[in-house]
Design a protein around this ligand. Structure first.
Ligand code: NAD
Ligand code: DAU
Length: 353
């Protein structure tokens, strides 16, 4: 098997940790370098099962630190970058847009500049793969339309505006300098290890503890949900077989109204906890809507299916059950994350470096 040295940024986060696990287990001859700053969303406990593998290493770095990223790329002869590190929560972007511009825009630019300097025009065998979101396309109405790779960008939140900007920089580096780049835009992911500020893990945890479920607006907004391991599998296929310069949408054709998904979460959690059906329906609490709340997202991923043969592997009912069970079985992980204890541990560990 060909040897490769790949940086995965944001590998201690939700999607990044699933991707790192997949690559480390599947490609023993690759060197997978996880570059992560360990913000509140990064947690090395997500990678406990692979942290001692010889083909894995971790570098605690800020993607905005151009000098450190360049030095790492040169020292390790990195030939691939899969860039996931980002601020990822829409509600936080409404409160603190500067952090999103810094990490998502300047951080991506810093990664691109470092790759350009390290590769120095020798593009053969190199790839800069940028992980983006369907939110850059804006919002759809309830009319059955889907986001395709040609849909015009129309971001509404500071988060999606920052991701849109980073996508443009990546394409600009392809068009201006000839850097081999790929951008993928994926729909909402769900599964184990997601930080419990996002809808699904937050609500499972609240149901377990019989805390109110804050449903924004009327709960009528629609999201298109994909099991996180299917996203990681798609990234693997696209990294190896995708066409440089191209864009691929990733999604499972799996649209759900928030209120309907919330009912499924209540039913599944109660059933797994042995509570009677309907016991926790009254936790649903309608609250003030998210500012600028996009009505509907829905991805057309037929190009990826047709050209590269990727298919989602899991039916939603199975994926949700697996996910609820994982959070119920891993209460320690949730407690650790909600208390912030994992961060104190890493701060201590890195204090004297
Ligand atoms: P996450 O918030 O769980 O993880 C982000 C990771 O990036 C964390 O480990 C964090 O420590 C790290 N990070 C943040 N700022 C950094 C910096 N300055 N330097 C180095 N590391 C830094 O995010 P996620 O949900 O796993 O999303 C990963 C990527 O996928 C993001 O780019 C996001 O926009 C994109 N995406 C997410 C979804 C989704 O549903 N979660 C869907 C489509 C696309
Ligand atoms: O579409 C891809 C995007 O999906 C990713 O790019 C983002 O990184 C990821 O966070 C996610 O964004 P959303 O805003 O769609 O996810 P979130 O889990 O925050 O919210 C899902 C839906 O649930 C959304 O319509 C808002 C609603 N919601 C969310 C929370 C946290 C609630 O009604 N109540 C809540 O408390």
């Amino acid at each position: 098997m060909e040897k490769r040295t790949i940086i995965v940024t944001g590998g201690a986060g939700f999607i990044g940790s699933h991707l790192v696990r997949l690559l480390v287990n599947k490609y023993p001859d690759y060197h997978i370098i996880n570059v992560d700053k360990l913000t509140y969303a990064g947690n090395l406990a997500n990678l406990k099962d692979i942290e001692d593998k010889p083909n894995y290493s971790f570098e605690r770095l800020d993607i905005c630190d151009f000098d450190a990223i360049l030095a790492l790329m040169q020292r390790e002869h990195v030939d691939g970058v899969i860039h996931l590190a980002a601020e990822s929560h829409v509600d936080r972007s409404i409160k603190d847009p500067f952090t999103f511009a810094r990490t998502n825009v300047m951080g991506t630019l810093s990664m691109l500049q470092a790759a350009k300097a390290a590769w120095n025009g020798e593009w053969e065998g190199k790839l800069f793969y940028h992980i983006s979101t369907d939110e850059v396309y804006g919002a759809l109405q309830f009319d059955g339309t889907l986001f395709t790779e040609d849909t015009r960008y129309d971001p509404h939140s500071p988060y999606s505006a920052s991701k849109a900007s980073s996508d443009h920089f990546v394409r600009a580096f392809h068009d201006t300098f000839g850097m081999p780049t790929i951008v993928t835009n994926c729909s909402n992911n769900y599964g184990p290890y997601q930080f419990p500020e996002k809808l699904i893990p937050l609500f499972i945890n609240n149901i377990r503890h019989r805390k109110p479920l804050p449903v924004y607006g009327k709960g009528e907004n629609v999201r298109d949900w994909l099991f996180v391991e299917d996203h990681a599998r798609a990234i693997d296929i696209i990294f190896h077989k995708g066409k440089p310069g191209d864009t691929y949408n990733i999604g499972g054709f799996n649209e759900w109204k928030n209120i309907d998904i919330i009912k499924v979460l209540i039913r599944t959690t109660d059933e797994l906890l042995g509570r009677p059906e309907g016991a926790d329906d009254d936790l649903i609490t309608f609250v003030t809507d998210r500012a600028g709340h996009d009505l509907r997202y829905a991805i057309d991923s037929r190009k990826l299916q047709r050209e590269l043969g990727w298919e989602p592997s899991l039916q939603f009912e199975e994926g949700i059950r697996k996910t609820v069970k994982w959070y119920l079985d891993n209460q320690d992980w949730l407690d650790n994350v909600t208390s912030g204890d994992y961060q104190k541990y890493y701060e201590q560990m890195y204090k004297n470096r």
